[in-house]
Design a protein around this ligand. Sequence first.
Ligand SMILES: *[C@@H]1O[C@H](CO)[C@@H](O)[C@H](O)[C@H]1NC(C)=O
Ligand SMILES: *[C@@H]1O[C@H](CO)[C@@H](O)[C@H](O)[C@H]1NC(C)=O
Ligand SMILES: *[C@@H]1O[C@H](CO)[C@@H](O)[C@H](O)[C@H]1NC(C)=O
Ligand SMILES: *[C@@H]1O[C@H](CO)[C@@H](O)[C@H](O)[C@H]1NC(C)=O
Ligand SMILES: *[C@@H]1O[C@H](CO)[C@@H](O)[C@H](O)[C@H]1NC(C)=O
Ligand SMILES: *[C@@H]1O[C@H](CO)[C@@H](O)[C@H](O)[C@H]1NC(C)=O
Ligand SMILES: *[C@@H]1O[C@H](CO)[C@@H](O)[C@H](O)[C@H]1NC(C)=O
Ligand SMILES: *[C@@H]1O[C@H](CO)[C@@H](O)[C@H](O)[C@H]1NC(C)=O
Length: 660
Amino acid sequence: MAPPVSCLLVAVLFSASCKATASSDQTCTEKEANKIYNCENLGLREIPDTLPNTTEFLEFSFNFLPAIQNTTFCRLTNLIFLDLTRCQINWIHEDTFQSHHQLDTLVLTGNPLIFMAETSLLGPRALKHLFLIQTGISNLEFIPVHNLENLESLYLGSNHISSMKFPGNFPTQNLKVLDFQNNALHFLSREDLNTLGATNLSLNLDSNDIRGMEPGAFQAKVFQSLRFGGTLDVSVILKGLQNSTTRSLWLGTYEDTESQDLTPAMLEGLCEMSVESMSLRQYRFSDLSATTFRCLTPLRELDLTATHLRELPSGIQGMNSLRKLVLNVNHFEQLCQINAASFPALTDLSIKGNLGVLDLGAGCLEKLANLRRLDLSHNGIKASDCCNLPLKGLRHLQYLNLSYAVSMGLRRQAFQESPELEVLDLAFTHLTVMASQSPFQNLPLLQVLNLSHCLLDASNQHLLEGLGGLRQLNLQGNRFQDGSLSKTNLLQTVAGLEVLILSSCELLSIDQQAFHSLGNATHLDLSHNSLTENSIDALGHLKGLYLNLATNSIRFIPPRLLPILSQQSTINLSHNPLDCTCSNVRFITWFRENLHKLEDVEETVCENPPSLRGVKLSEVELSCGITAVGIFFLVVFLFLFTILFIFAVKFLLRWKYQHI
Ligand SMILES: *[C@@H]1O[C@H](CO)[C@@H](O)[C@H](O)[C@H]1NC(C)=O
Ligand SMILES: *[C@@H]1O[C@H](CO)[C@@H](O)[C@H](O)[C@H]1NC(C)=O
Ligand SMILES: *[C@@H]1O[C@H](CO)[C@@H](O)[C@H](O)[C@H]1NC(C)=O
Ligand SMILES: *[C@@H]1O[C@H](CO)[C@@H](O)[C@H](O)[C@H]1NC(C)=O
Ligand SMILES: *[C@@H]1O[C@H](CO)[C@@H](O)[C@H](O)[C@H]1NC(C)=O
Ligand SMILES: *[C@@H]1O[C@H](CO)[C@@H](O)[C@H](O)[C@H]1NC(C)=O
Ligand SMILES: *[C@@H]1O[C@H](CO)[C@@H](O)[C@H](O)[C@H]1NC(C)=O
Ligand SMILES: *[C@@H]1O[C@H](CO)[C@@H](O)[C@H](O)[C@H]1NC(C)=O
């Protein structure tokens, strides 16, 4: 820089001082008084003086700060989190954060940085998270190293970095997350990796188009996770990872990336390294056979989502360590095509979003005696007699997700094969239940049951028999006969319920005794029905509820019902046609005194009288008693009336005597 220019610059810098200048018209939003503020996208050119000195969290993205310096933030010395995303920052001058000792997170994403002074980050002694995504950095030397000893995460995605060799004095030892995704790292050498002091690092190298790696470049290093998404040739990566250890290895690819199909030979490198969990998401296999799995045998978790599988080969040997297998978004036609017997130690199996209808078959998972979790959601399943044949042998199953199937017929004891079930999700599956029988008998451990949108007849009193341990029940979107929840109903057999969802059940009324068996309820959702105030009587014995009565037909709440509401902890009354006339004044007064209990107060508005339609209940002013002016006129009126009366009597008496 030429001397006169720098003199000018220095002069400009020195003339700035630490007092706030004229504030802008637009105001920042307060998220928490004196602490959390949001000033996003307000076209600000400085920190407004309306922000208190005590501000700790500041979102300041999408403003205009081409140069920042020691005066820019000098008032806000308590800052812990500062987000300066896309503020068109080019220059970060000396000592910009000199007094910000508590600054923990600094986000500079999306700023075209030209210069960062050597001392710009001096001050924050505990800077832990630094975001330099999309800042145009091409060289790690650009980042000032002072004071970064405590750095835990460094995000450098979407830049032009071509070498991950850190300068010798760069403190990498405490790093936990290092993100280089979408840079220009085409070759990695052993020397590059040796500049990384951290162990147990999560290193992201996605979308770098890595073409070469020195064999053993990562050797003897230990990682928490490694990501090499979207590489052309997986075998190049695996050679570089020889003799390394990582808990999780993500090798998936993307639709818009050209990656070579995986052959058994390309995966040989896995035999020379130690991995616990691996993903090959979206790859295609060529020559898929039992040998493809030869070097995968030590894995504990394997993710083969969207790998275009129609079946898994038979004869896979030695996968005795695999606990979790993910086969989502593939092309299986029948469950037996996964050859489950090859994975005898599985505890967790997920086959969801299959492309095409999945037939559950009979006993396909029989060998998986240790299976705890099974996710079969979004598979277009049609099963006229579910589920004992498909679940055969799964004695220890605890979690079963069959949501978003097409249709299912359930007979008596339909889940007898898996008596240890704790969570059962059948949401959005059209269920046909044989009348007056419970398909759920013998599930004493079941805690969570989701029957939402199952087109069930919820008037079947026996439906939930055998679910003594049930805590959460979702019946959203099912129908009760005549729209009424009667005195004897299906809830009587599930007395331990804590969470009950009866929203969108087209309910018109609830019997006063309908909930009498539920003593432990904490969360009751009755929203989106057509209930009136009369149904509130049914809650008289319940206390401390989260109660959602939103979107119903409640108009008046008589004083007699107010104690029932008072004893609950949170109430949502939004979107009801509430009456704001004097006949409801006790309720309106109660409402204003209990605002702390009420949810969505903004959406709780008057419907009647027309003049008050849309006015928030919390802001309605009603004058219903007799006012002072009224009393005055009343007194005057009574006075005049009395005088008139006396005169009339006098006149009458006189008239009477005159005519005797
Ligand atoms: C900012 O830096 C200039 C030059 O180093 C210095 O004179 C000035 O006192 C600093 N301002 C504050 C508020 O620290
Ligand atoms: C806020 O900080 C500025 C600069 O440090 C100081 O002049 C001002 O007195 C402070 N205001 C309060 C209310 O502490
Ligand atoms: C490694 O890192 C993970 C998450 O970052 C953490 O849960 C784990 O405890 C760490 N392990 C060791 C040995 O430090
Ligand atoms: C991996 O370790 C083995 C045994 O320690 C050693 O023989 C081999 O050369 C190492 N491989 C690489 C690529 O460093
Ligand atoms: C079941 O799967 C669906 C869809 O994948 C998911 O939304 C739902 O949360 C799962 N249910 C449970 C209980 O985890
Ligand atoms: C069913 O309900 C459970 C528990 O409330 C919930 O975790 C799950 O996500 C729900 N399933 C669907 C498909 O929404
Ligand atoms: C209600 O909760 C208590 C305490 O957790 C428990 O002892 C009792 O068995 C529960 N009631 C029912 C009917 O499950
Ligand atoms: C109140 O209930 C309505 C309807 O269920 C819901 O949309 C809204 O989010 C609820 N309010 C809060 C604050 O949860």
